[in-house]
Design a protein around this ligand. Structure first.
Ligand SMILES: [Cu+2]
Length: 301
């Protein structure tokens, strides 16, 4: 109930109109019920008054008032829909979000950036977000930022989004999509324009190549991690989250664990114990390899 985008505000306003009207109707019905219970109760000297009064006025009101209400709300709803869902033809989306079991990919086609799970966007700009699915139906919902929208295999769905307050907004996949559905959280970072530009610059850069990272990169390739994960300049897989700038994220595995050495080690030791059903194989790695990989992944700023 704390809308932070133009679209969420529109929905919030409409919800309020519905809520206030519904509350008023409930109040009228309750008051009349109680009133009539007293007024028409059976008491000494009470006489049956025959059938219901045949009032044209009452009949007109019973039909007319709901009809007017429905019409008013129809118009208000269509207005809100028109303000939120505008035509998308001919516009390159600002972000393409792809749902996977059980993580999110965020591609920025206008600037050649790919990120995963944590989605950064600039405050104050009207963005077109395209929603796709790589496997089953997922659903995008960040309540403070507006409407829900399904991600359907083979279809392009869209939402418009104009976030007007900087902040971190939490959401979750809202269409049951398998075993780890509950750990398919969304984290949207709405950055002021200068911070966003800085983030973009960081994401466009190649990760630093230090001597220590050479060993890690080698092991990463040797173990075939790169068949599923992209690290810009090294590997190009796409079945798992892009790891090029993994260390710049605050959480791992779609919001499941904080992004720190211990979490990485736990994940690399037994992915399927952390996230049962996850589509990353258990490599039965020894401690040395896990340490090398963890050090390497931590450098991917
Ligand atoms: Cu999902």
């Amino acid at each position: 109930m704390d809308p932070s985008s133009y679209q969420a505000r529109e929905i919030y306003r409409l919800t309020n109109y519905f809520f206030i009207t519904a509350a008023a109707i409930l109040l009228i019905v309750c008051v009349l019920t109680i009133l009539f219970l007293f007024k028409y109760r059976e008491r000494p000297g009470y006489k049956e008054q025959g059938g219901p009064a045949n009032s044209k006025m009452a009949e007109a009101a019973i039909v007319g008032v709901p009809l007017v209400l429905v019409l008013v709300f129809f118009v208000l709803t269509v207005q809100a829909m028109r303000n939120i869902e505008q035509p998308t033809a001919g516009r390159t989306p600002d972000i393409i979000v792809t749902g996977h079991q059980w993580w999110w990919q965020a591609a920025y086609p206008q600037v050649q950036v790919t990120a995963a799970n944590e989605i950064h966007l600039p405050v104050g700009r009207k963005l077109l977000i395209q929603l796709n699915s790589a496997d089953v139906i997922h659903d995008w919902w960040v309540p403070q930022l507006g409407n829900k929208m399904d991600l359907v295999p083979g279809r392009n769905n869209f939402i418009w989004l104009t976030v007007d307050k900087p902040g971190i907004y939490e959401g979750a996949c809202s269409e049951f999509c398998g075993q780890q559905h509950a750990w398919m959280r969304i984290k949207v970072f709405a950055d002021p324009p200068d911070e966003y530009a800085l983030w973009l610059k960081g994401q466009q850069a190649q990760p630093m190549a230090t001597p220590a990272s050479a060993e890690g990169a080698h092991l990463f390739q040797q173990l075939t991690c790169g068949k599923c994960h992209r690290i810009a300049g090294i590997t190009n897989g796409s079945a798992g989250p892009d790891l090029t700038h993994l260390a710049s994220r605050t959480t791992l595995l779609a919001g499941m664990l904080p992004n720190e050495s211990n979490s990485l080690k736990q994940w690399l030791t037994h992915p399927k114990k952390i996230k049962p059903g996850a589509y990353m194989p258990d490599f039965h790695l020894d401690t040395t390899s896990i340490n090398i990989l963890t050090e390497y992944l931590k450098q991917l700023q």
